[in-house]
Design a protein around this ligand. Structure first.
Ligand code: UDP
Length: 234
C-alpha cells in the first residue's frame, strides 16, 4: 500500500450533493462506504470536512455579520458535518471519533495531535472539526495543518473535479488536466486547487497533495491501491 496514514479533506458543499445546502444522505452514505473500504485495508484515516453546505464566513459578512462571528458560524458548520460523518461511519460499523479545535465537550473531544494519533493507531477514523479553530482561515488550511501535525503521508483533497486543470473545466472546455504539478507552479499560475495559505503550508512542510474526484464511488480505494488518479501536487 502506498500510504499508511492519510488526511482526507471533504468539502462541505459536496455533502449537499446537487442540493446546494444541507446533508444529502445518499452522498453521505457513498462517502462513508469509500472511507470504510479504505479503513478495512488498515490505512489510518484522518478527516477534515468543510462547512460550505451550511455556512461560510464570507457569505455571512456579506449579510452584515462581522467576519469573526461569520467564521465562527462556519466553524460550527464543520462540527455539524463532522458529527454526521461520525454517525454514519458508526452505523456502518466503523469506529470513529470527532475532535474539535474549539472546546465543546461533550459534542466532541478537544483536539490535540497526540489524541488524534492515538485514536488513529487504534483503528478509529478521526474527524478533526472546526478547521484551524481560528477565523480568517479555511478548512483547506485546516486540513493542511492537521495533515502535517498527524504526520500523514499525503493530504487527499476529495472534490467533484478529477484533478487540477489549467482553467476551471466546468467553465472552460479547452482546459487540460495536470497529472503532476509543483506547489510553485500552482501558486504562479494562480490555480484554485486550494487557497494560497494551505498551498504554502504544504509546500513548506513537503506535504504532498492529491486532488481527486471523490464523488465517483471506488476512487478512494483505487487511489490508495496505487492507481494514478487525480493530480499530484508536490
Ligand atoms: N472557517 C474558519 N476557520 C477555519 C476553517 C473554517 O473560520 O480554520 C470557517 C469559514 O467561515 C469558512 C467556513 O468555516 O467559510 C466553512 O469552511 P470552508 O468554507 O472551508 O468549507 P468548504 O468550502 O470546504 O465546504
Amino acid at each position: 500500500m502506498t500510504y499508511k496514514r492519510i488526511l482526507l479533506k471533504l468539502s462541505g458543499e459536496s455533502l449537499a450533493a446537487g442540493a446546494g445546502s444541507g446533508i444529502d444522505s445518499d452522498r453521505l452514505a457513498a462517502y462513508v462506504a469509500q472511507i470504510k473500504e479504505a479503513a478495512a485495508l488498515g490505512i489510518q484515516i484522518g478527516i477534515v470536512v468543510g462547512g460550505g453546505n451550511i455556512f461560510r464566513g464570507v457569505a455571512g459578512a456579506a449579510k452584515g455579520f462581522d467576519r469573526v462571528t461569520g467564521d465562527q458560524m462556519g466553524m460550527l458548520a464543520t462540527v455539524i458535518n463532522s458529527l454526521a460523518i461520525r454517525s454514519a461511519l458508526e452505523d456502518a460499523g466503523q469506529p470513529a471519533r470527532v475532535l474539535t479545535a474549539i472546546g465543546m465537550y461533550p459534542i466532541g473531544e478537544p483536539y490535540s495531535n497526540r489524541r488524534a494519533i492515538e485514536a488513529l493507531e487504534k483503528g478509529e477514523v478521526v474527524i478533526m472539526s472546526c478547521g484551524t479553530g481560528s477565523p480568517y482561515f479555511t478548512t483547506d488550511t485546516g486540513s493542511a495543518l492537521r495533515a502535517i501535525e498527524i504526520c500523514a503521508d499525503v493530504m487527499l483533497k476529495g472534490t467533484r473535479v478529477d484533478g487540477v486543470y489549467t482553467a476551471d473545466p466546468e467553465k472552460d472546455p479547452s482546459a487540460t488536466k495536470f497529472d503532476r504539478i509543483s506547489y510553485a507552479e500552482v501558486m504562479e499560475r494562480g490555480l484554485k486547487v486550494m487557497d494560497l495559505t494551505a498551498t504554502a503550508l504544504c509546500k513548506e512542510n513537503a506535504m504532498p497533495i492529491r486532488v481527486f474526484d471523490m464523488d465517483t464511488p471506488g476512487n478512494l480505494l483505487r487511489l490508495l491501491k496505487g492507481e494514478s488518479i487525480g493530480t499530484l501536487v508536490y
